[in-house]
Each structure stands twice: as C-alpha cells, then as structure tokens.
Design a protein around this ligand. Sequence first.
Ligand code: ZN
Length: 110
Amino acid sequence: MFCRIASKKVPAKIIYEDERVLAFEDINPQAPVHALVIPKKHISTTLDIEDEDHALIGHLFQTGGKIAKEKGIAERGFRLVVNTNPEAGQTVYHVHIHILGGRHMHWPPG
Ligand SMILES: [Zn+2]
C-alpha cells in the first residue's frame, strides 16, 4: 500500500518528498495534525530494519521533526509514533512514522 503511494500509483496528499522519504496526510486523522512519513524503500516493520538502513531511519525521524516545525506544533509538542505488529496497532506493513500534534496527548498511550 505505501509502496504504491511512494510510486504514485495510489494518490495521497503529499506534504514532503525527497529521494529517500515521502510524507503525506493520514486519511483517518487522530489529531488536528496527523501526517505519516515513510521510507521509499520497502521495510515491513521496525523488526526488519537492517544495518544499511540506519541513515535512512535517522533521516525519517529528522523529517518527522521538520514537518512538525512546518505544521507549527514543534514548540508546544508532538509525537512521532511507530507501531509494530498487530497488538501495537500496525495496520500497514511498510514502516511509517505517525506525526501527531495539535492537541494535548495523554500518557500512557492507549
Ligand atoms: Zn512497502
């Protein structure tokens, strides 16, 4: 699914793109700001990250922070969330970071 967004076969509201990552609005937002950032390379879950992916994963998180700044939620606070496997709520098996903000977040998360 996210590979198809990355290759533009499935439309998405893209908010950032470079040669390694792509960010787009979540179609089912859970907060006033809810975007996703994905690597263009297919990695199924956080358990499938290889040594060669370290720079890519760092870039993915840095991009998440940049998008939070652009969305105006960096100072007040935001979450970068990565779910892994069913009990954590992972529904698409292509690693993605949720960028969530614009409202007060609770701890522990549900
Ligand atoms: Zn994929």
